[in-house]
Design a protein around this ligand. Sequence first.
Ligand code: ZN
Length: 409
Amino acid sequence: MHFDLLLKGGEVVDPGSGYSGRLDVAITRNRIAAVEANIPAEAARRVIDATGQYVTPGLVDLHTHVYHSVTTWGILADPVAARSGVTTWLDVGSAGAYNWLGFREFIVKPADVRIYALLNISSIGLTAPTWELANLNYCDVDLCCKLTDLHRDLVLGIKVRIDKNTTSGTGVEPLRRAREAAERCELPMMVHIGIGPPEINEVLAFLRPGDILTHCCTGHSMRLIDETGNLLETARRAWDMGVIMDIGHGAGSFSFLSAEAMLGAGHVPDVISSDIHQFSIHGPLFDLPTCMSKFLALGMTFPQVVEAATTRPAAALGLQHEIGTLKPGALADVALFRIEQGDFPLYDVHMNQRNSKQLIHNTLTLVNGRPMARLADPPPAPWIELTAAQQALLANGHTPAALLGIYDF
Ligand SMILES: [Zn+2]
């Protein structure tokens, strides 16, 4: 007996390391030990039958908010991870310098999943729904760099949200300060866009190779698509230069029209991420597999959407040898999926509908070689009331669970 666990008979999809097809995945302790055809069941202490399922690296979600109970947006990661296959969560800017220590102690430490973070240039993070950059006294570059330096094991970059509400009159000065902090710490910066001002071109001018532009398919005024449906020249130049284009669906940041224009012009987003939080978890985002299913509806293949949610985000974080891959030696984070066939109505944040023939459905999630237990979500935060659109999704039976006929929870 060589292995602790064997995932047998599944269809492996691991675009990063090139494994594909009917292969067995063997795990020893918390690492991938082998990916081969026909590993005998006797070689492992425990065997999980993966027949009829896709076996992928655990998903890496590049845009999440998991500072639960402390920030307006935060959700609890573990229950969502266990039912969605997301094993690495990048929390982007929920914590700033003043509430970072609590994030480390009370969120990262007790979680079963892997959690990393981008530190908000605003020292108060996303405590309130917005306006975190409206007071420039909170945008303290020295303090942001000091906390980042002390916590480099978890802080992988700097986050700044640039739109009309977050800046509320301070323009691109918070962005300039985030740029300065990122440069001093030699880490990437993630910039959120939405409703201007500032103008999108002012923002793009600050981006450097390796930085991440999130909400790249927004339908709002800072969108990357012009009136004729073409990608802005400035956006194309930033992309060509090595800026990473990230979806960050969220509650207000994903438009089918923008995504169709982008894909139609041959530009495939680098990373598919969820921007899951208190306002988006009840739909139409729901979770990362549902978001990936929307890109299947737009014509991407399953290996392409898996790459955009494993290999690409892992590489953006410099963690490609540890996560987002099934290469032997990598951490044993694995997700099992079924692709259900049918006619599934899916929606963007404007409630525009597209019908997908396929819905990606997670059946099992392993972190460090251990299957995660399925848990119920805690109740929504007290300030959450479902929007009319979210209530309509429920009433029409258009939640993923209802579409799949699953009532596990
Ligand atoms: Zn976000």
